[in-house]
Every structure is written in structure tokens, then in C-alpha cells.
Design a protein around this ligand. Sequence first.
Ligand code: D5M
Ligand code: FE
Ligand code: ZN
Length: 582
Amino acid sequence: MNQKNAVLKSQLINFLVEAGINITPKTLELILTLDSPQLSVEKIVKEINFLPNFNGALTVDILKKLSVKEIQKVLKRDVLNPIPKLDESRDLSRKENSLDFNSEIKSSQSKSQLVRERLKLPKNKLSSSDSNDINSEAKKNDVRINSSAKSSLSFKPDAKDYDFDYRILKDPTGKLYTNGAYEDFYDMTTDKYNTLKNLMKKRPEVLSAVDIKRINRLTNSAEVSTMGLIKSIRTTKNDNFLLVLEDLTGELNVLINKDIENKNDLKTIERTVCDQMIYIEGNYKPSDQGKQGIVFVNSFTKIDIPTDFKPNTSIDPISIALISDTHIGSREFEESLFRRFIEFLNGNVGNKNIRSIAERIKYIIINGDLVDGIGVYPNQFDDLLIPDIYQQYTKSMEFLSDIPEYIKIFYVSGNHEPVRNAIPRPAVPKQYCQEFFDIDVQCLGNPSLINTHGVNTLIYHGEGMHDLNMLIPNLDINKPVEAMKEFLISRHLAPVFGEKTQLAPVSKDWLIIDSIPDIFHTGHVHINGYGKYRNVSLINSGCFQAQTDFMRSFGIVPTIGIVPIVELDTLKPQILDFKKQI
Ligand code: D5M
Ligand code: FE
Ligand code: ZN
């Protein structure tokens, strides 16, 4: 440290003193590593007074809340080589160690004298080596961490040794053009029909399906096969199912006998909802009086996933953590639990086993509702601790910036993000979360499909689950995996049209599951669940928000602080509960 730096340092301190701001040695040390410390301090002073609850002490935690870019960069570096938090909080809580410049101003001593004292810098050392003292102190701390890390609780993140290897296979952001006109809905439904028809045709038994118009023209009974979207479905007085199927050429009456399936559990027909695509084979009986005939169905099927589906796996032994619904900004946001998750990522939580899980994490998906947003549901304002969307993002950045740099974050927008409610939904625009872009968070639309090290993950917040829960017997919000199976069987993320799920009319139907994912990740219902369907791994994250009145009104008891982590090489899930002492 040269004379010039020492002068700079005391200039900075004096500048802060004038502004009535106290600074901890570690914060000062961080600022001094910047290219232009003076300029940064000016920016800090400008911004800091707008921070809610700023109490005059400039700590590293406060720095994290600021938007000053150069500081965020340094902080990111610092996370990889942390100085224990404990030291700083100790500095602040013990009066003799904190730099209480406000009280200094009241005293008769000169400011710089006081600063020296508080920093424990001898007068004659304020030249070449004063900052070195702080630096070497910090280094000592590092060594202490590292050496303790080398003992029983070592943390050697193997994930750091692997380069990022990901591709965004599908993201609706920027491709959602619509006039909201009737034609847009028509185009979307036509695309839905055509795409689902092509998927259905891949089934081996679907060889001879004909257009509905051709069946309706028949004048004699005949064995027929066709496929279409279900326009309506109702039960007859004998509890059979009467459907109207629709394709681009016409409509067809179809009767499915209640006993057609010889199963004990819930039958496929009972899990059938409007606007799903089905293929039928049966006997067509024309009507005598010029009315439409009817097909008596012998067998029917949905598109589904092939029983022999083999998921992709990664060669690299790394993992992906799947979270959603933190609801930062809400009074019910479980901040300390979420902080524990972030500390876990940094290797600071749990026994050897838990740390070894953290060591493999290379990717994190945040599947919507990261922030609580504003005006999302009636009287939400009362539930908000941070009633400003920008500040909700500033708060979110406090956590994300503490995630190690070698972990890539994907962030999909949910119904609480500041974008439209209807799905497909674009990514959160940069204007809200510029800082996320600075640390390379990948903002994505809902739904999106990503490939990480060869493994495909379908990310969908989960809006369409409520409709299925409402319409299908035996499904409910506590069994998110069951609704996820229905999405896969329908090969659609919101199979029913015109119920609660708001669907944006766009000419391409983005909600079709045209390629089978290896991992299917949802959130939204705030209830953790996991399972497999035909070798597809199904994960619904829990949440980091305690029960709100809104949830109570739906009878939802959220599962809080649970994080599913999937190994990309084995697809094995681990479900960590941060409420427990792990
Ligand atoms: O959803 C918060 C909780 O409320 C979550 O458990 C889903 C549930 N929820 C939200 N909307 C509905 C509807 N329309 N029906 C039933 N349950 C619902 P969040 O998206 O976080 O506000
Ligand atoms: Fe949510
Ligand atoms: Zn949601």
C-alpha cells in the first residue's frame, strides 16, 4: 500500500464522516479494491439514504443492497473467498469495535484522529502500511476459514471444476405477438390440434385415423378410427360418457362405456377433460333421420409418454437445485430459512454429507414467484413488507449475489412477477432486475425448456394445475405430482381452455409438451412433491413463504424451506428440508 492509497483512504473516510456514515473496516477494504473508490463512495452516499431502515452503519450487507455495479462485482468475488460474517457482526455489535463516526463528530478530537483510533491504526502507520493491516487481517481470517475448512467440515465444490454446459431449447420470451383478436385464438387452437395430432400419430396403433368429415358421410355402420380435441364431455343417465370430438373438418358424437377400462384405480376416462386430444377406435352407427351418427368406442387413448422412455443423463457428476415461490417482499417470506439455503450453497451448513450435496450443485432453477410483486391478489398490500417492486428485486439480489459464481441461475417468471398473468408469459424485463443481468442470471419465460449437460428440464410455474385439480376427481393441490402426470399424458400444460387459467392467444401453442423432458419442474402450489412417471422425474418445489390469508382461503398448508436437488448423472432426487437441523 503506497502513500497515495493511504491518502485516498483517509479522504474516503472523511467524506463518509461528513455524510454522517459509519463504515466497517471490511467494507472500507472492499471499496479500496475498486478501480475508482472515490466515485463509488459518492454513488453509495447518493443511494444509501433511500434504503429503508438504513441506520448509518455502512456494512457489507448494506453494500449488497445497493445497485452500484462495480461494488456488486467485487462482492461476487468476495463470496468465493469469504471473510466470516461473524467478524463483521461482532464489529458492529460491540461498540468499541464499530466505527461510530456520528459520536466522533460530537467529540473534540479531530475526525481523522478518531478514525485512526477506531480503525486501530497508529498515526505513524497511516502511510504505506495502514491498509495492509486490514488486508492482512482479512487474509488471516481467510486462512482461518480455509484451515478449519480443511478439517472435518471441508468444502471442495467439485461443480466449480466443470464448465457451464447449457442450452435454452425453448423460451417464449419475445415471440408472443398477439392482437388479442378472435383469429389469434383460432390460430392457437388450430396449432394445438395440428401439433397434438402429429404427436398422436407417433403412437404405433394410430395408423388409420381418418378425418371426422369422412366418418360423418358414412351411410352404413363401419369400424372407424379418428382423433380430435374434446369439445364437450358429459355423463349419460347410465353413467357412460358422451363426448363430442372436433377436428378441422367437423364434429363427431362419441360414446365411451363406463366399463371400457378394466382397472381398479381412477380410469383414464374419469381423468378426461375438455380440449384434450384423444384417439378412438369404434363402431360408427349412422343416424336414420339425417341427424349425426355416433361412434361406440372400443378403445381410446391419449398421447402420453412411451412406456419405454429412456431419460438422458449427464456424464458429469453435477446437480441442479429446483426452487420456486420465495415471495421476497412478503411479510411471510421466510428470510432466515432462505438465507440458510444460500449458506448451504456456500458450504456453510450441515454435516459432511449435506456439504457434499452442495459441492455438486452447478445450476439453480427459480421457477417463478421469486418476488411477491404488487397487486397480484386482493388486499395483497397488507401482506407486503416491501411494497415496491424495485426494492423487492434489490432485496432478492442480496441473496442471489451470495450464490457462488460457478452456479448458473435460471429464473422463470411466475404469476407474481411484474409481467402479464396470462401464459405463455415472457421473462421478467431487465428494467426490474438489471442487477440480475450483471451477474448473468438467465431470465426465462414460462414455460421454458433447458438442457444442462445433456439433460432436458421442462420448467413451468404450474398455473394449469388448479383447473385439473378442480375437474378431475381424486386430484387436489396436495398431490402436485398427480396433476403433473396428467400434463404429460395430455402432452399439454393447460389442457382445458376457458377455465381459471388465463391463456394468451398466440398463433403457436407454447404449452404443448412436444419433446419429452427428462426432468419436469413446477412450483406455484407451494406444496413439495416428487415422483416419476414413465422415467420422467417430476418435481414440484415447496416454497419459502409461510401461510398467508390468501392461501388460508384456499385451505393451503404450504411446505416451507424444502429444496429438491437432482443429480444430473443419476437423476436421483434429494429433498433437503432446511427447517430441520441438517
Ligand atoms: O399461489 C399461492 C397459493 O394459492 C398456492 O398454493 C396456489 C394457490 N392458488 C393460487 N391461485 C389459485 C386458484 N385460482 N385456485 C386455487 N388455488 C390457488 P401464488 O401463485 O403464490 O399466489
Ligand atoms: Fe407462489
Ligand atoms: Zn404462483
